[in-house]
Design a protein around this ligand. Structure first.
Ligand code: ATP
Length: 407
């Protein structure tokens, strides 16, 4: 059977993955056999999410009634039920719901009623607390199909530590990265010299290491030194797979969806208030504003290096009329041409403008010339893929290190 859980946390605490880790231990203690634990990220643009729009799916063998009772007890014991907007959902099903529901929750928007109809059709047991919005994520998580997948080891804090500053030995994360990258990623951000895998929020997560295999993340974890850790759990995930991205066409993008779109740069990048960079793209007569926000740091220099006429595939979420860039594939570079007054063919001196549309004149010998000297400047950027730094990466975005290996 599959057990799905979602929407148990709030900005002031808890984390659905922690609740999943606790439930695993309670089920195993009651004789259940756990065959898989999934951490499934859903549409990053839903307004109801607390942080990363995560849901949990557990595949177990055992009695469904007991599993349902234990899962509901976990929610009652641990979820931040009084918090506004926390609407937990628990699902236990012996049939896998249609994968189309997972795809919809990953890329679009769903209503709780749609989840309920699917659960009724599957003969599932389910319970929603308050509005029961969590049934969407819980159902989508157990319906998930992972043609591509990654792993994450999540290390949690002892409950008494929640809310206090995390004690971590910073350099041990750099050691873990040095020993296991590229089989692990996003543990640290070298460019910005920070540990990115340990949050600053009041939830139970101490740190999480992402990687290509359970062995890689478990090995990386052995290098890390911190305050005494509580539970540790390895999850199979859809993180780092680009599962949220759809092929899109400029002019036909839907708000709240995430896309890969081809186009031609139609103007120079502009840096606005707060350091946010915007770049106009054109395709088939329609325009698209692409944004690289300040937290994307040095990635903004890539965007600023693009020139009108360059061709690119851009990836990111379409929100508020802009595509928020996660990565960019520069597929064609326009020549960067600069015009200079020509040298005088008679005396070799640099000529000067003879006036608007009047060509050039040599101040030394009076020789006239019509055309400017055209210089082809070296471009500061080459064709290829560019991505935001680890500190700005979204959970679902596929890091380039995985694309090089898997494309
Ligand atoms: P955390 O990552 O810390 O576990 P969260 O960011 O996952 O928190 P939740 O508290 O789970 O946030 O809230 C997300 C809510 O949005 C859940 O109720 C979930 O069922 C719902 N949801 C997820 N995907 C969709 C979707 N595509 N359409 C509508 N609702 C969705």
């Amino acid at each position: 059977m599959w057990i799905g859980i979602d929407d148990t946390d709030s900005p002031r605490g808890m984390c659905t993955t922690y609740l999943g880790a606790v439930l695993i231990r309670r089920l195993v203690a009651r004789g259940f056999n756990l065959t898989e634990a999934r951490l499934i990220r859903l549409n990053p643009n839903v307004p109801y999410k607390t942080r990363g729009n995560a849901a949990i799916s557990l595949e177990v063998d055992g009695d469904p009634d007991i599993a349902f009772e234990e899962a509901c007890r976990c929610v009652e014991d641990l979820a931040d039920l009084p918090a506004e907007g926390t609407e937990p959902g628990v699902v236990v099903s012996e049939r896998k719901p249609p994968v189309s529901f997972y795809h919809k929750a990953l890329r679009s928007f769903c209503e709780p009623d749609e989840a309920v109809a699917i659960l009724d059709a599957a003969g599932a047991k389910y319970r929603g607390w308050k509005g029961g919005r969590g049934l969407i994520g819980a159902t989508a998580a157990i319906a998930s199909d992972l043609p591509d997948f990654t792993w994450e080891i999540l290390v949690y804090r002892f409950p008494g530590m929640w809310g206090s500053p995390r004690e971590i030995e910073r350099e041990t994360f750099f050691l873990a990265d040095a020993a296991t990258a590229p089989s692990t990623w996003d543990t640290v951000d070298h460019e910005n010299d920070t540990v990115v895998c340990s949050p600053h929020t009041p939830d139970p997560v101490l740190f999480g290491i992402r990687g290509q295999s359970p062995i890689a993340v478990a090995l990386a974890r052995t290098f890390v030194r911190t305050e005494p850790p509580g539970l540790e759990q390895i999850f199979l995930t859809n993180q780092g797979t680009d599962g949220h991205l759809e092929e899109g066409i400029v002019g036909e993008l839907m708000p709240g969806h995430s896309y890969c779109v081809m186009g031609t740069v139609s103007g120079k990048a502009e840096t606005g208030k707060g350091g946010h960079v915007s770049l106009p793209l054109e395709s088939g007569g329609s325009d698209l504003r692409c944004m690289a926000y300040e937290p994307t740091k040095e990635f903004r220099d890539v965007v600023r290096a693009l020139l009108p006429g360059d061709m690119a595939e851009v990836c990111g979420s379409y929100k508020g009329g802009s595509l928020n860039l996660e990565k960019i594939h520069v597929t064609g570079l326009a020549p960067d041409l600069a015009k200079n007054p020509p040298r005088c063919p008679s005396c070799g001196k640099r000529m000067t403008s003879a006036g608007h549309l009047k060509g050039y004149k040599c101040r030394g010998c009076g020789t006239r010339a019509k055309d400017a000297e055209v210089l082809v400047r070296k471009r500061r950027i080459g064709c290829g893929w560019y991505e935001v730094p680890p500190s700005a990466r979204r959970h679902l975005a596929k890091p380039l290190i995985r694309m090089i290996r898997h494309r």
